[in-house]
Design a protein around this ligand. Structure first.
Ligand code: AMP
Length: 255
């Protein structure tokens, strides 16, 4: 089974985002960028499907192709996935941050070309928090989708996915080919070892342009402004529980 894993280069989750002075977006100049954390989980699961780790039979995945749409530096994100164990990469160069529908259309074109039986991807990119590309891609492909996977079992042409829903777990079965988006608790991604980082340098990355795919990626949305969350005002110290109750009653008016 060929597995396609879309990976996005995003602002590192440890970085405190700063807004540009003109409020047009987040300032990414000289900021550490990394693979979207949910996409790392998707790469890890694909590699486990290949290696036969946990409950997966070895060779469930025969080839893992990663694809990233982004600036030329997204090559580094692809290299990280290759060092974790993916086989080859595709970079679709784009200097603008495309909207989910445009990304989904490009990924559909890649799926049409590559013919994977499973697209395994993050549930959400932590920069835009859209949580949309997987669902849109499944709709464009007319494939089943199983979102927010906390467990994945692939057996005999079926993906069985356990999903974290309000108040419990739901298990669904999807015939392949399918789109599966992954949640935080699916696995803990590995750190690439030095030998694997070296090996990844020799793996192939094909570079493409958005124009190669002939899809309409024009934006549907206009960002009006981006602002930082309001600063928290300073708190007060109370001397006793009675004092706290009095303040909650008389000042905050919540009792
Ligand atoms: P989103 O809907 O933007 O929150 O993203 C959901 C998932 O779609 C991500 O976890 C990635 O797997 C994939 N994705 C989004 N944008 C890109 C991109 N520019 N390149 C590759 N994959 C992407």
């Amino acid at each position: 089974m060929k597995v396609l894993v879309p990976v996005k280069r995003v602002i590192d989750y440890n970085v405190k985002a700063r807004v540009k002075a003109d409020q047009s977006g987040v300032d990414l100049a000289n900021v550490k960028m990394s693979m979207n954390p949910f996409d790392e989980i998707a790469v890890e699961e694909a590699v486990r499907l290949k290696e036969g780790k946990e409950h997966h039979a070895a060779g469930t995945a025969s080839e893992i192709v990663v694809v990233s749409i982004g600036p030329s530096q997204a090559q580094e994100t692809i290299r990280t996935a290759l060092a974790m164990g993916a086989d080859r990469g595709i970079l679709i160069q784009s200097d603008s941050d495309l909207e989910p529908l445009a990304v989904a259309k490009l990924l559909k074109a890649v799926v049409d070309e590559e013919g994977p039986e499973l697209v395994l991807m993050g549930k959400q990119a932590i920069d835009g928090d859209n949580n949309a590309v997987g669902q849109m891609l499944a709709a464009l492909l007319d494939w089943p989708q199983a979102t927010f996977a906390s467990k994945l079992v692939v057996d005999g042409g079926t993906a069985t996915v356990t999903r974290e829903v309000d108040g419990g777990l739901q298990t669904v079965a999807a015939p392949l080919p399918a789109v599966v988006t992954v949640d935080l608790r699916l696995n803990t991604p590995r750190y690439a070892s030095l030998p694997n980082i070296m090996k990844a340098k020799k793996k192939e990355i094909a570079t493409k342009a958005v124009a190669d795919y002939g899809v309409d990626v024009s934006p549907r949305l206009k960002t009006l402004k981006v602002v930082e969350p309001p600063k928290r005002s300073a708190g007060v110290k109370v001397d006793s529980a009675a004092d706290l109750v009095a303040k909650l009653k008389n000042e905050a008016g919540v009792l």
